[in-house]
Design a protein around this ligand. Structure first.
Ligand code: KE4
Length: 425
């Protein structure tokens, strides 16, 4: 494969944008080499500027669950554009999208649309603090909830592979009310509630940790979080920016049947356009301005183009709901191939979410995830890329399937993975 044009674009982009990218994980820093610059995408395929074609297992980090450039979503966006791009005034599309979200996630009795997952989680935490009149929150080491100041504490995703997990530029005061627990470790949560009685506003958690690689919740962990937060008058926030409409129409809360007080969404509900959502119990959401005293606003919140894409995406997912089982079956096929190819590695899966860790340790939290051999991951990544398979360029991400992947493409992927196991041994 030639990557010449990508390398040139990367060199030029690096003069104008930090790391040549507009989001750190895209820079391939964790795996080395220059990122491939994408020219276009359709269905399950990406096409880079050098004319290389890839089977895509990143899918824009989740939004492209229907496959890229779905004809009906593109048509909905095109039709919306000719009526105006943004009004800064309410539209019926926001109501339609809100109704679709609540229909599939009944715990979201009331919601606010925003423009990113970061904005969604940042806002949800502010509302939980306003509702409880408490300051502390609990997050889990290695979980990532966007880049708002108070949450960039031992964060996952690109915050692991870039600089130290704690970001520069955040005054200590912004994070001293952020308490850290370990994922899948009930005792670490209990001890914080004992140390901060009646002071914890919220527990925010990825119901499947997907930003330290894929780390599923141990049996009973989510149920435990539900109970201890209820006992302490603490708001349980499920950050479903990845799992929402990915693990099924009911998200992770439907998959595991554990119902949070608040939910955040992003990615899929925008169908690839900028979109986020925070919502939950009506008595909590009524705290939000202009109804209540918690302020949050956004020029492009619920804009007519992103809502058009989101509405069409969710309606299509509701029509295709039987295909979620297919996504999970593909993930089982691929993870079986990974286990066969790399018997020394650990492969985690939750629904159709999965990732490989090049470590002999069982990976159940951030500490065990960090025992992975990142150099081996980089070799694996580039082997797949050179064979036309585009997976996440970091050990601490997961793979995303689309409903456009076919039996043949998945079988070919498994064959390449098995060959990688032989060639990289
Ligand atoms: P955005 O602000 O990137 O839309 O969403 C932040 C966010 C919030 N919560 C969870 C669970 C998330 O995974 C994310 C963002 N996910 C990363 C991928 N690990 C986005 C990719 C990137 O940062 O470029």
């Amino acid at each position: 494969m030639s990557y010449q044009k990508s390398e040139h674009l990367f060199e030029e982009s690096s003069k104008h944008m930090p790391g040549g990218v507009n989001s750190p994980v895209r820079a391939f820093r964790a795996v080395g080499g220059a990122p491939v610059f994408i020219k276009k995408a359709k269905g399950s395929h990406l096409y880079d500027v050098d004319g290389n074609e890839y089977l895509d297992y990143v899918n824009s980090w989740g939004p492209a669950i229907l496959g890229h450039a779905n004809d009906k979503v593109v048509e909905a966006v095109q039709n919306a554009c000719v009526d105006g791009l943004s009004f800064g005034a309410p539209t019926g599309k926001e109501l339609e999208l809100a109704e679709l979200i609540t229909k599939n996630l009944p715990s979201v009795e009331m919601l606010r649309l925003v423009s990113s997952g970061t904005e969604a989680v940042m806002s949800a935490i502010r509302v939980a603090r306003g509702y409880t009149r408490r300051d502390y929150i609990i997050k889990f080491t290695g979980c990532y909830h966007g880049h708002s100041d108070g949450l960039l504490v031992k964060a996952g995703s690109g915050a692991i592979t870039g600089s130290a997990p704690d970001s520069a530029g955040i005054p200590e005061g912004y994070t001293k009310t952020t308490l850290l627990a370990n994922y899948n470790d009930k005792e670490s949560v209990k001890s914080l509630f004992e140390a901060f009685p009646e002071q914890i506003a919220a527990v925010v958690v990825e119901p499947v940790a997907a930003n330290m690689g894929c780390v599923p919740p141990k049996d009973g962990f989510l149920e435990f979080l539900r109970e201890i937060t209820k006992e302490n008058g603490t708001v349980l926030i499920f950050d479903e920016v990845i799992t929402g409409f990915r693990m099924g129409l009911g998200g992770a809360q439907g998959y595991y049947n554990v119902i949070p007080d608040m939910t955040t969404l992003g990615k899929i509900i925008g169908g690839g356009m900028p979109m986020g959502m925070y919502g939950g119990r009506k008595e909590i959401m009524q705290q939000v301005a202009p109804m209540g005293e918690v302020y949050q606003a956004g020029t492009l919140s619920g804009n007519p183009i992103a809502t058009a894409a989101g509405i069409t995406t969710l309606k299509l997912l509701m029509e295709k709901k039987d295909k979620y089982a297919k996504l999970e079956q593909y993930a089982i096929q691929i993870t079986d191939a990974l286990k066969e190819a790399f018997p020394q590695a650990r492969v985690n899966r939750a629904g159709s979410l999965y990732s490989i860790f090049f470590t002999k340790e069982e990976v159940v939290d951030f500490e065990s995830a960090c025992t992975s051999d990142n150099e081996m991951f980089a070799k694996y990544f580039h082997y797949l890329l050179d064979h036309g398979i585009y997976v996440a360029p970091s050990q601490y991400e997961i793979q995303f399937l689309s409903m456009e992947h076919t039996d043949e493409e998945v079988a070919r992927t498994c064959q390449i993975i098995r060959q990688a196991g032989k060639d990289l041994a």
